[in-house]
Design a protein around this ligand. Sequence first.
Ligand code: TNX
Length: 711
Amino acid sequence: MTVILFCRTAIAGIIPSPQSRTFCNGYFTLDPRTAISADTASAPLAIYLQEYLPIMGFCGQLFTAQAIVMQVDPELAEEAYRLSVQPERIEITGGGYGGVFNGIQTLFQLLPSDVYAKQLQLPVKIACQKIEDAPRYSYRGQHLDVARTWMDESRVKRYIDFISYHKINKLHFHLTDDEGWRIEIRSHPELATIGGFRGGDSPIRAIYGKWDEKYGGYFTQDEIKELIAYAAIRNVEIIPEIDLPGHSRTIARIHPEILCNYTPDTAPSNGYDERSAWCVAREENYALLEDILTEVCELFPSKYIHIGGDEVQMEQWMRCPDCRALMQREGMSDPAQLQRLFMTRMMAILEKNGKYPAVWNEAIRGGQLPQQSRVHGWENLKACREATSQGYRTVVMPGEYFYFDMRQSAHEPGHNWAAIFDARKVYSFDPASLGFTAAEIKHIEGFEGAFWSEIPVSQHPETPDYTDYMLFPRVCALAERCWNENPPAWEEFYRTLTGSHYDRMSAMGIRFRLSPPAVSFRDGVLQAGTDDGSALFYRLETDSVWSPYQGPIRTDHPERYLFESRKGSGQSPEVGAPQFYRTIQPPVRITSSMPAGSKSPFARAEQYKAFARTTRTCRPGDWVLFSFDNPVRCREIFVQTGYLQLPRLIFNSGYAEVSYDGQNFEQAGALEQGSITIRPEGCPVYAIRITATCPDNGSSSVIIQPLRIKP
Ligand code: TNX
């Protein structure tokens, strides 16, 4: 009989939480003499385990007195496992290799967090217990876009480590896009050697990133093989994506002949060609596509190959005489049917190579796809239900829950098109309570988080911290939801997260995000607090030095203060009191050397309703003038060209000037990523002018945002 004892010492929670856990009497003592024993199926895991635990060598089937015994028991489901900690041994029994790996991850979470830093000090006592566990879904995914931001092998391995610690078992590897081609294709080496780099003298224009500097990279097939092997040891399957037929501007720069058969008007935009999709009617295209996909199929062991299908701008096909003729021949009325025709041909190539297709959800809109197709529902919940209700095996990743490129609160960086949300919302994701019917739920293969990387490349070129910050702890919440159908209440999860998991992530080396501190201002007193035991710091907005927060701050100027908190390698966003964010909208007139587009004229931005967009790209000397009807006294004016979230369609380089008298202009500094903050310190501002110094911006127009003025 097992005696169930409730922990005498606090035992850290496990993320994702196991299905069942019972404590027994006694301890296992892990010390340097502990041996590892593994059967043939789990042998690679003995080596993996030894990387983390400073214990005796791998002992094959030989059992010493004290051992960690790993084995496969086919009676269990493939990824299920039993972890039994007894005074003499630890047994990890998995249904298959993946099950044993999952058991090891749970064992890691029973140890001090130093295990992740490979700095575990022995001996360590582990309370005797039995854990029986199995995943809710066989597909627990994380997507990584290495096309927009180049991430090399070591960075990708780092993310494979991080997700595998959370029992995520699929890496959806986004390898090609409009801004980069990251995989060597041996029959067409130019795709990667040219398409892996943009900016500078590369024909791949930089529409965001480092603009003038040529930079990037790609994976050789040998490097890919190494990544596949590295991931496989960690029970992660890499599913490659070649994004087709849209998102193909990179390959089209190298092989313009693949595009639709018309000449776009590129004069006003310095040669920017709006076409980004493969022409469906050009028969030669299919030979090139077959070359590419065949190599991809041969390289990756995954049964599924993702062939894209998202966001195709079908006007291109409608303008193409050949595509139109094809539609007519085939009796098609909708260009979505053309997309289906294209996808069907891709699927035939995959089938020839023994693979199944994975596609983005739009691809099912032109008619039925083969039943074994895997559909990634991304646009929103409705799109996910559309796929499940048609019986497709569906990976559920609606933007408003699982797009980790979305910002986590209003004033943080990131996109906001799908939603603004943090880990708590990810954690709340439950198909049944979100309207999926029982029949639809049956077709859910699992969940996936997405990380699109156009924003990091714009903001922090090639630094990994932003990706860490956006992914964690949202991935932890995703992992819990993928793993456990009945996860603990959020409050309990948050306690584990802040209690022990923040330490684990620090030891893993993840620069994760902490919840923003709560900041208030009342009766002349500014106060800040946190709910996660993190340390608080504050600074004046004009000062880059942070000081420890030691208690309430008395001030007449709450709008000047910012707070942040830190714990381990985690960091919160900078947070001000509501006063910090307050803006004013004094009347202003916008004029420019560039004509305004009729759909988004300067008058809109003037009235602070939306951005303005020019009809052509910028040239050196092009200017935009903001003149105030009445001089404005304020502490800060933020001038921004380009999209809010994404420095794109900006003045790639340029400078700003301010007029404090309505006649003369003074230099105010260079634009950075198309933007500048001007601090007039209360002097009346009559006008601001920005001037471009770049030959164009790699795109077809410039966007001018309304001024953001802080009183
Ligand atoms: C939509 S999601 C895209 C990506 C962008 C992303 C930004 C999808 C299939 N297409 O190309 O990077 O939005 O959130």
